[in-house]
Design a protein. Structure first.
Length: 276
């Protein structure tokens, strides 16, 4: 199914939900980069840190409002994240792109599928094709494995749509040469794996209150913002609050780096909960 919403209806929903939504809660399920922290076979001081905030599972959030909860990306740590947060039900999963640190936990939606039947998933065509190859048994129509999760596919392009009264605006960013579909939920924007973003897509971030964006490390990287680039991006967008995620051990110790950040800019950490 393809999702879309006209600009007139979009405007109506924005005005309507401002009055009737209580608040939104963001739970940072994971805030690490593709290999997490600590990284296997790595004795970097950050990997050896005893501070729980320096231990990062692969990046993902749960965004909740009223009685609804949606997951953005389910990487290889998805099961651990669901158990840690005692998540009893979800309404669906939104995927940003096909890389394993964002999709490898896909099979672990099966307990939710046992509850609700088809789990709604939201993703672009390219990501869908990748998941159909890697998780063929989930999408199979005939001779299905009885325990395989069932999903309901909702294709996403650049058009806004609604989820349970919240306007969701896809935002395309570039992860090197790979387009990635990120999402704005009313006044919250979640951007991952960003290296560049067009002026047209930046316009979709106007007026955002909470910005979540990647800040990989201190040094420049070919496919992710480093800390300097992330801070410049924050200056340009001017959200009320910013949380950096998708973090490598090469960024430094959590507590030390956070002391250097401007007002209302924070390092996210696993388990952090933010209300908007």
């Amino acid at each position: 199914m393809k999702l879309s919403i006209s600009s007139q209806i979009l405007s109506y929903f924005c005005e309507y939900t401002e009055h009737f939504l209580s608040f939104m809660k963001i739970t940072f399920l994971g805030t690490g980069t593709s290999q997490g922290i600590p990284m296997i076979a790595n004795n970097h001081p950050v990997c050896l840190s005893d501070n729980p905030k320096d231990k990062r599972l692969r990046s993902s959030i749960m965004i909740s409002w009223d009685n609804n909860s949606y997951i953005v990306d389910c990487g290889p740590d998805f099961r651990t994240q669901m158990l840690r947060e005692n998540v009893q039900a979800i309404n669906g999963v939104l995927f940003t792109h096909e890389h394993s640190d964002h999709t490898a936990g896909f099979d672990d939606v099966r307990p939710f599928s046992y509850q609700m039947g088809e789990v709604p998933i939201y993703l672009d065509v390219r990501t869908l094709k990748s998941l159909e190859q890697r998780f063929e048994y989930i999408f199979r129509k005939e001779n299905r494995y009885p325990g395989a999760p069932k999903v309901a596919v909702n294709l996403v392009d650049k058009t806004s749509f609604t989820l349970d009264g919240v306007v969701v605006t896809p935002i395309e960013v570039m992860h090197g040469n790979l387009p990635v579909t990120c999402y704005r939920f009313n006044d919250v924007a979640y951007l991952t794996d960003v290296k560049t973003i067009s002026e047209t897509e930046k316009e979709k971030l106007k007026g955002v209150k909470v910005l979540i964006v990647n800040a990989l490390r201190q040094e420049a990287h070919p496919t992710h913002f480093n800390l300097e680039e992330a801070l410049e991006f924050v200056k340009e967008i001017q959200p009320e609050r910013t949380y950096f995620s998708h973090i490598s051990h090469k960024l430094g110790f959590h507590d030390e780096v956070e002391k250097t950040l401007p007002k209302n800019v924070f390092l996210a950490f696993d388990g952090l909960k933010v209300e908007v």
